[in-house]
Design a protein around this ligand. Structure first.
Ligand code: ACM
Length: 540
């Protein structure tokens, strides 16, 4: 190469480096100047000059039923914030719901000028989120809003939180409080894990022993008083969630993790011994499928969600009796199912057909990928972070996928290195890892991005027996989950998120919610767990 072309190549490389640096700098500057105190961070925001004073003369008005309903609740919400008095200024908040605006699904715009705040959306959920965003702004700016324009919409349609109430039961007030916080964070799915080994937690009229027997006990104490939701409780909570644009998806885990059910109705039990007694349903009896079908009928009547979660995980832990039971072995032969795994998949396909016949879409843990269920009628929840192949296989087969890999999205892993109670598996789940998700796996989704419905934090509660410990494990990580579910990658910046996080911690204080404080890790005690009574089930 001659010296001239060497020089050209050098100049070319330098130019590329300068262009890249400038682009990065521009992105940082844009992010910095568009930073608003809002959770999750909006897709785009631009700050202007001037302020809007929220005060007792601020009027709120909406165009049409839903907007007017939100506007009517406005004064009350503002009063509840207990803002300092500002001089009376006549100004207003306008809520405008207009389908013709053609904003993105669940999207909204929020414009603050010194005379008016305008919230606009093409859907009720969009307008609801605009209103929640405004309430946050008022809180975080103490009623003196900066002039700004936000154009916001979610990255994913499924922004979820899973609560396991089988291991421990937390009750209506906790669930409602969490729904309030989720709404504020624009999260829209509560996946409710209501059935598992220690307890069955939902009244089923046709099978009363599910609650008189199945609801007795919890992870720490097999004799704890029966705890469950009545059908009236469920209706109340479903309605409360719907008002906040949150869908509740119930999980009825099967054929494994069915211990509480099979304890109550041994005639549908798959057998087993000791720690694994009653872990599975009996996979061959028609009676089992009839029983499940009847329960599903009541669940479908209670939960309007288009989805029903049927679990399907970890059957191999407790199906040893399938290998020795002569009836089960004969069934495998008769149906040409090859082996016990084939039988497990047969079970899942049969339940999938029931769910489809009820007009619902099935959701299952990622074992579902291998069960031979149609991807058109089922959604896979990817949880085994150490089996990325399961995510890839699900996408290749055409399934829609919800991501909740144990690392970093399981809430029962500790969130700080010195914490003692909770899971450590080659590491733990700090806020930062959640915040950076799904970066480590986006390359696996190339070409299938449309099949990713979203993500959720899954809160297993074996080692969480009370509200204080639950709060401590959930917060502030849930804020990072919300941001990973909502905010486009280009608008995320961890350091800016952490800069404003103390504002959310203050909000949690105002709601009496305990949390781990990442800025002062030793300032608050890690709540303890109770001692385990004997004979209680061990971890799977
Ligand atoms: C699971 O954690 N067994 C889904």
């Amino acid at each position: 190469m001659g010296s001239l072309s060497k020089k050209n190549a050098y100049l070319c490389t330098m130019m590329k480096k300068i262009t890249l640096t400038l682009a990065l700098l521009t992105q940082c500057v844009v992010l910095l100047f568009s930073q608003v105190n809002l959770f999750p961070t909006p897709a785009t925001a631009f700050r202007g000059r001037g302020v809007f004073y929220v005060n007792k003369h601020t009027l709120a008005e909406g165009n049409g039923d839903y907007a007017a309903q939100l506007a009517a609740g406005w004064a009350e919400s503002i009063n509840a914030l207990g803002l300092p008095e500002h001089d009376a200024v006549k100004n207003r908040v306008r809520l405008n719901l207009n389908k013709e605006l053609n904003l993105k699904k669940e999207g909204y715009t929020l414009t603050v000028s010194s005379e008016e705040v305008l919230l606009e959306a093409s859907s009720e959920s969009g307008l609801f989120y605009a209103n929640e965003a405004l309430l946050q702004l008022i809180r975080f700016y103490k009623g003196v809003l900066p002039v700004l324009r936000i154009n916001d919409y979610p990255r994913y349609e499924w922004r979820g939180f899973m609560l396991d109430e089988s291991r421990h039961f937390f009750g209506k007030e906790t669930v409602k409080q969490y729904l309030d916080v989720m709404a504020s964070l624009r999260m829209n799915v509560l996946h409710w894990h209501l059935t598992d080994e220690p307890g069955w937690r939902i009244e089923i009229k046709r099978y009363p022993k599910l609650t008189t027997v199945g609801a007795v006990g919890n992870y720490h104490d097999p004799n704890a008083t029966a705890a469950f939701y009545t059908q009236e409780d469920i209706k109340e909570i479903v309605a409360y969630a719907a008002e906040r644009h949150i869908m509740i998806v119930p999980e009825f885990d099967m054929p494994g993790h069915a211990t509480a059910v099979c304890r109550a109705y041994p005639e549908v039990s798959g057998g087993g011994e000791g720690r694994w007694q009653h872990f599975t349903f009996h996979p061959c009896k028609d009676e089992t499928y009839e029983f499940i079908n009847n329960i599903l009928d009541e669940l479908v009547a209670l939960f309007p969600s288009p989805y029903i979660h049927i679990g399907g995980d970890e059957v191999h832990y407790g199906n040893r009796s399938w290998f020795t039971d002569p009836d089960i072995q004969q069934f495998i032969k008769d149906k040409d199912l090859k082996n016990e795994v084939g039988l497990e998949h047969y079970f899942i396909r049969r339940v999938a057909a029931m769910v489809a016949a009820k007009g619902k879409t099935l959701v299952g843990w990622d074992e579902l990928v291998d069960a031979g269920v149609s991807p058109a009628r089922a959604v896979v929840m990817w949880w085994r972070h150490d089996r990325r192949s399961q995510l890839v296989k699900a996408l290749e087969q055409g399934f829609r996928v919800i991501m909740t890999p144990r690392r970093p999205l399981y809430g029962d892993f500790v969130q700080y290195g010195t914490h003692k109670i909770g899971r450590f598996w080659n590491g733990y789940n700090p806020v930062e890892d959640i915040y950076r998700f799904p970066d480590p796996v986006v390359h696996l989704m190339k070409g299938c991005e449309d099949q990713i419905m979203g993500l959720q934090m899954s809160m297993w509660t074996e080692r969480i027996a009370d509200k204080k410990r639950l709060d401590y494990m959930v917060f502030p990580r849930l804020v990072a989950v919300a941001e990973s579910g909502w905010t486009p990658a280009k608008a995320k910046e961890y350091s800016l998120f952490m800069q404003k996080l103390p504002l959310f911690l203050n909000y949690l204080d105002s709601k009496n919610i305990y949390y781990f404080n990442p800025f002062h890790p030793d300032a608050r005690l890690e709540p303890a767990e109770p001692a385990k009574k004997e004979d209680v089930l061990q971890d799977g």
